[in-house]
Design a protein around this ligand. Sequence first.
Ligand SMILES: *Cc1c(COP(=O)(O)O)cnc(C)c1O
Length: 336
Amino acid sequence: MTVNLHSDTQTRPSEGMREAMARAEVGDEQRKLDPTVNELQERVAELLGQEEALYLPSGTMCNAISYRLHLRPGGDEVILDRTAHPIVAEAGSPGGFSGAMTYQLDSRHGIFTGEDVRGALRPAGDRYAPRSRLVSVEQTTNIAGGHVWPLDTMQGVLNVAREHELRTHLDGARLMNAVVASGVRAADYAGGFDTAWLDFTKGLGAPVGACLAASSELIEEAWRWKQMIGGSLRQAGIIAAAGLFALDNNVERLAEDHANARALAEGLAALPGVSVDPAEVETNIVIFEVEDGPAWAHSAEEKGVELLALDATHVRAVTHMDVSREDIDRALELLA
Ligand SMILES: *Cc1c(COP(=O)(O)O)cnc(C)c1O
């Protein structure tokens, strides 16, 4: 059996999750008549400190709809880190779906400051320049290494955004990893943003689904976009039940994934030709440097360890609930 460290999307629903899905009460989701979806939306709205929430098929759709809510085609610009998911993994969605420009910051660990936002602002009223409109933050930072935005850094960014009447968006694909790693409440991270969401298919272990939270007004508008792009569902309680099960059972255990990632980094650091600082591993993502990333990942796969080559010299490993400490030890033996 291979040890699958390709991503935390690789989990299979557990027996308990499958039972919860089989038992779920269902109805017509797009007429707001699915009790399980409704319950999940209420849970997430409260968890993220927002008025309402909207269940969506994927995190990518949460980003796409949120950006479309905030960005008007016609020269609007979103400020975000160059490693952010909408830049690297959404098929050009900010341009393709929202008709927007991107101002890509090059920040350490994917975490920028209020001053960085100030430096990226276009002069107001300048018809030659794009219009600064949105700031987008990723918690935790995925491709930048699973780092946790400190709350005060985030608040610094929100303050500058507010000062300049910019909209704000939180990509919380791994928000609960940040919550478990830092002890900060999800609502304290997410409550100050115009839109925020979390994913059930990353470390939380569900097979499908994500939930976007915002003001009632923005959620009402988000429903239009969900309808337009075919994201409205029917008896979706079957899958929403997996989200509820995940919130009840799979949050605290993320600490195990974080400990496993740290152990993996410590083992990797001892291997010849691998460069990684285990002290920099904060959550479930380990990014390490080798001479030839794609070749290294390919040869690891042949030995039975699935990884993801990010670029010429960087490889990513992600721990999750289907990888035990024994699996980490085995992966390290195979890689050695
Ligand atoms: C996975 C991910 C997404 C997209 O979520 P999907 O549910 O896979 O569409 C968005 N942002 C980040 C940071 C992610 O890691």
